[in-house]
Design a protein around this ligand. Structure first.
Ligand code: TRP
Length: 330
């Protein structure tokens, strides 16, 4: 039997090139080797979008289209919707008793996000506790491996703490610990060069962007502010165009030649931007084409099927958990 792996994304917007190199490509590979589950984390998205649920709901089909268009195969990967599995909520409630306020406050990912959002005492409790519901996501589907970026490692640690505590308190081995499969690619920088590529910061190239938008974003990219004339020697480090050429150009030797030329001087920004635009268009055209061929009805049917399958697994686990806790029905 193949090992189960589970990952998820919050459906707050379409996926972009950062997701493509950070996780999507990897998932396409992993699906042949493992029994892969992808959770569309709409409940988790609500923790900071509760006032705009429609934004989350609308993006469920969009994100599913992104998965299918990059080659995630619903025959090999079970794609499902978090909010449609009520056992996640039940398991979260049981786990809430096993985590202290102090422990949650020390979760570095939540800490950083709270700072970023300017929360202190005003933090919604649902948001504050999302690592606990994420532990429910992972353990309910008995995932042994969880492919994630480094920012999610505290969630895995938290999950395993809950698993150990649960098993110890209820004298069981019903729950299994999981391991992270850490993404090895470094974060893709935004087109503004300032931080990571992110939909909410408006500095990302989406997988679904039309050709003219891709070109426009490439031409907005920050290069080297001291590289004023084409003949000036230029800097490659911290130059967004070269970061993207490194990540996406099909011929890395050609990129090295370009870098040497740019450093020496004599290579203009317009030239390198055109080269980058060409390679991104080449990469994204077949993805867009596949996406345009997807019918929303078909995608919803696929999500429905995936959710049914996930629900079966969830029912089995929750029965085991209740049995272990001795809270079975009369
Ligand atoms: N927290 C993850 C993110 O923001 C999404 C997520 C929700 C997830 N549940 C998960 C990831 C379970 C891995 C496993 O990207």
């Amino acid at each position: 039997m193949k090992k189960k792996i589970l990952t998820g994304d919050r459906p707050t917007g379409g996926l972009h090139l950062g997701h493509y190199i950070g996780s999507l490509q990897n998932r396409v590979k992993l699906q042949t080797e493992y029994d892969q589950y992808i959770l569309v984390a709409d409940l988790q998205a609500l923790t900071d979008h509760f006032d705009h649920p429609e934004k989350v709901t609308q993006n469920i089909v969009e994100i599913a289209k992104d998965y299918l268009s990059v080659g995630i195969d619903p025959d090999q990967t079970t794609i499902f919707i978090q909010s449609q599995i009520p056992e996640i909520a039940a398991l979260t409630i049981y786990y809430l008793n096993l985590v202290t306020l102090g422990r949650l406050s020390r979760n570095p990912t939540v800490k950083a996000e709270m700072q970023q959002k300017g929360y202190n005492e005003t933090v919604p409790v649902g948001f504050f506790c999302y690592p606990i519901s994420q532990a429910a996501d992972i353990t309910l589907f008995q995932a042994e491996l969880v492919p994630v970026g480094a920012d999610q490692l505290p969630m895995i640690e938290q999950t395993n703490e809950i698993v150990r505590r649960f098993n110890r308190i209820y004298h069981t081995n019903a729950l299994k610990e999981c391991k992270a499969i850490l993404s090895t690619t470094s974060r893709l920088v935004g087109i503004d060069g300032k931080s990571k590529s992110s939909k909410s910061l408006g500095n990302a190239i989406a997988l679904a962007d039309p050709p003219e938008v891709i070109k426009q974003k490439v031409f907005q990219m920050y290069t080297d502010p001291d590289h004023i004339k084409a003949s000036d020697p230029g800097r490659v480090e911290g130059n967004v165009v070269f970061s993207y050429l490194d990540a996406f150009h099909y011929d890395q030797e050609a990129v090295e030649v370009l870098k040497a030329h740019y450093r020496r001087g004599g290579l203009g920004d317009v030239v390198i931007k055109n080269i980058l635009n060409d390679s991104l268009q080449l990469l994204l055209a077949p993805i867009r084409e596949k996406r345009n061929g997807l019918d929303a009805k078909m995608v919803k049917a696929m999500l429905h099927q995936g959710t049914e399958k996930a629900a079966q697994l969830a029912k089995g686990t929750i029965a085991m958990v209740r049995e272990a806790m001795g809270i079975t029905a009369f």
